[in-house]
Design a binder for this molecule. Structure first.
Ligand code: HEC
Length: 131
């Protein structure tokens, strides 16, 4: 039977540190990416802007997705996760009209989402309550 020699304890400590920091580094990077994209399919910002205006989303949610207290809530620049976004647009629960896949295709949905995600962030100095 072969024996497996691990090495000095200093090597072990270095190895453990690399594993711990390497792993957490990779994990927070993945989390940041997932949060940014919301696991959304790739969309085209320019096309999304056209579609968003063409289907009248802007009439209730504003040209920049900023929303209004009367017609519809803010939907950009940090839209809700893609799954919820897409299912809400397909089957809204309250005032909003539904958009089936015959009207807004899955690709168009992804384009709209990309457009809303790309809206500029509010300035950092803005009080959190206004965001
Ligand atoms: C006639 C007005 C109107 C139009 C047009 C409209 N919406 Fe809405 N939308 C609303 C209202 C009002 C709500 C708030 C919930 C409700 O009453 O259904 C809403 C909610 C949403 C939500 C959920 C937001 C959240 O934070 O839960 C999303 C996403 C959304 N709209 C996207 C869109 C997109 C994309 C379009 C265009 C394809 C669109 N809406 C067109 C009025 C509208």
């Amino acid at each position: 039977m072969r024996t497996f020699r691990v090495g000095s304890s200093a090597t072990l400590v270095a190895l453990a540190m690399a594993l711990i920091f390497g792993a957490t580094g990779a994990r927070s990077q993945n989390a940041a990416q997932a949060a940014k994209s919301g696991d959304a399919p790739a969309g085209n910002v320019e096309a999304g802007k056209r579609i968003y205006n063409k289907y009248g989303c802007y009439q209730c949610h504003g040209r920049e997705g900023q929303g209004s207290s009367i017609t519809g809530p803010r939907v950009g620049p940090n839209p809700i996760p893609y799954e919820s976004f897409s299912s809400y647009v397909r089957r809204p629960l309250r005032e909003m009209p539904p958009y089936t896949s015959k009207v807004v295709t899955d690709q168009e949905m992804a384009d709209i989402y990309a457009f809303l995600q790309s809206r500029p962030q509010p300035p950092a100095t803005m009080p959190a309550i206004l965001k």
